[in-house]
Design a binder for this molecule. Structure first.
Ligand code: SAM
Length: 323
């Protein structure tokens, strides 16, 4: 992975990893309860799902079809699939797209999916970590769509890696933990750092909520399919590093009023944060979750003009660091 490939433009705070509260690894007694199609595959290959890799296989045929349909695939499309698992979604993608590159971290599953998709010459399996996949080296200027039933333990890093990538996908259709999907889709009043981070680059929409029972083994959380259409340019015209330094500072203590959080994080004189917030027309007593992306952008510009960020960034203002 070269540096530009991994050259994230915002800080790690924007993409805190979402812990996956999963279930223990599947036992033989669990496997007996799996739907026949999955049970056969697991038995044939002697494979037991691994909790630590988020291996909850989607077994509802309708939802598998819906994910593939909602990606609006046409025969010329290039698809990058995250974590193909046993290949049930991969086959549906291959029936609709020009080519599917399926990236699977688990070497046993990579071998298995190679076999289950053997009848599809337009499927290539790569046994690697999606977070180390060299997107630009592979796709160059060619458009591609990212599709996957994500391993939930790496949801935020995956979103960050692809939305901030110098060669981003044109569209993402992803199965996420429901609570994460709701955070991504939130509007002013319920914003979070994750919502701001995603909505800067993409327009998210909910496709469908999914019960835990649609998976084998069922996870302890409900899920949701979301579609993210990449914006032609970021939603607001602002230096993204500075933008995220202000946004991350604002969300560092979300229960506090903004003038308190910002003056502390950027070492401002008493009253200065309130004054600058007033310049933008933001009541200093508001909290971070109420601001729109445009308000954050305007606040960033005002902070830049006031020279607050020059020292603030170095002084704990949430300056994003690459990587
Ligand atoms: N696509 C399959 C399905 O829908 O049934 C499997 C989805 S399962 C939730 C997540 C898959 O991602 C697993 O196959 C797991 O091994 C794989 N995985 C986990 N971490 C990964 C990573 N860092 N890079 C690529 N694949 C990963």
């Amino acid at each position: 992975m070269n540096e530009s490939e991994n050259g994230h433009r915002s800080g790690p705070e924007a993409w805190d990893t979402v812990d996956f509260d999963g279930q223990p690894a599947a036992r033989e007694s669990d496997i007996r309860r799996a739907p026949p199609s999955v049970r056969q595959l697991l038995r044939r290959y002697g494979f037991k799902p691994r909790k630590k890799l988020g291996q909850n296989f989607l077994v509802e045929e309708d939802i598998l079809d819906r994910i593939a349909d909602v990606a609006d695939l046409v025969p010329g499309d290039q698809v990058l699939e995250v974590g193909p698992g046993l290949g049930t979604l991969t086959m549906r993608l291959a029936q609709r797209a020009g080519h599917v590159l399926a990236v699977e971290l688990d070497s046993d599953l990579a071998r298995i999916v190679g076999e289950t998709t053997a009848d599809y010459p337009n499927v290539t399996v790569a046994n690697e970590d999606i977070l180390h996949f060299a997107v630009c080296a592979h796709f160059g200027p060619r458009a591609f769509k990212l599709v996957g039933n994500l391993p939930y333990y790496v949801t935020s890093p995956i979103l960050r890696y692809f939305l901030e990538n110098p060669c981003p996908p044109s569209l993402l259709v992803l199965m996420l933990q429901r609570e994460v999907a709701e955070r991504i889709l939130a509007g002013p009043g319920e914003m979070s750092l994750l919502a701001v981070s995603v909505q800067l680059y993409a327009e998210p929409r909910l496709v469908q909520l999914v019960d835990a029972g649609a998976f084998f083994p069922p996870p302890k959380v409900d899920s949701a399919v979301v579609r993210l259409d990449l914006l032609p340019r970021p939603a607001v015209d602002v230096n993204s590093e500075r933008f995220f330094s202000v946004v991350a500072a604002g969300f560092s203590q979300p229960r506090k009023q903004l003038h308190n959080t910002l003056s502390q994080r950027f070492w401002m004189q008493p009253g200065q944060a309130s004054e600058l917030l007033h310049v933008v027309g933001i009541d200093p007593k508001r909290r971070a979750q109420t601001l729109s992306l445009e308000e954050w952008a305007e606040l960033t510009r005002v902070f830049e003009r006031a020279g607050v960020l020059k020292t603030g960034e170095a002084g704990g203002g949430g300056e994003p660091s690459a990587g």
